[in-house]
Design a protein around this ligand. Sequence first.
Ligand SMILES: O=C(NCCCCCn1ccnc1)c1cc(-c2ccc(F)cc2)cc(O)c1O
Ligand SMILES: [Mg+2]
Length: 214
Amino acid sequence: TRSTRPQRLLKAVQKHATRGDPQSVISAIDHFCRHSEWAMNIGDEKGSILDSVVSEVNPEKVLELGTYCGYSTVRIARLLPPGARLITLEFNADYAAIARQVIIWAGLEDKVQLVEGASEDWIPRMKEHFGIETFDFVFLDHWKDRYLPDTKLMEDCGLLRKGTVLLADNVICPGVPDYLAYVRNSLSYKSCYFKSHLEYTKAEDGLEKSVFLG
Ligand SMILES: O=C(NCCCCCn1ccnc1)c1cc(-c2ccc(F)cc2)cc(O)c1O
Ligand SMILES: [Mg+2]
């Protein structure tokens, strides 16, 4: 039967990228999405903003909600210092299977733990199952109607500390109005918007960076 888009994306990585070279994996995916098939990776334009925020925070403990094919996982993990860890949650088993292989092709498997399942099931288990006290950086890129409830759940589970940075993708397209209103109006967050474009298109989109104030 016909292959899936994530499978074709993985093939493009294995054909054009160099094993162990994260930048070549990023470039291969961006080329595939621009010239072959659009896919919902954060992309190169918003990806550069992600890179600058990750470099500024220099996190030891990272949570990514929504792995998809592992593009942003690779972008983040390639910037992490030795010993730093990234936990990425993916609900869709087919996406997770592809992402695992993309992460291995990039040579970043030692920094990344990919967990399959629902964010609301795993967020409450971060402490006892992964020995995580708090996260330094959280990247939100999963179901858009889960950004707000999962942020409140992370607060309630004590997973955020003074200075934890949340970075949310797609705050304009598809959009996360309830989440935006919350982080922009809450006294517990200092929030700012990075205007950009929807991956590989001219449509407006952007990232919202929100610092938890405790
Ligand atoms: O839906 C998105 N992501 C979630 C995917 C499923 C997550 C599953 N999961 C993982 C963990 N817990 C649940 C998404 C969509 C678009 C988009 C934009 C315009 C358009 F016309 C079509 C699509 C662009 C993105 O950048 C996105 O991130
Ligand atoms: Mg996204």
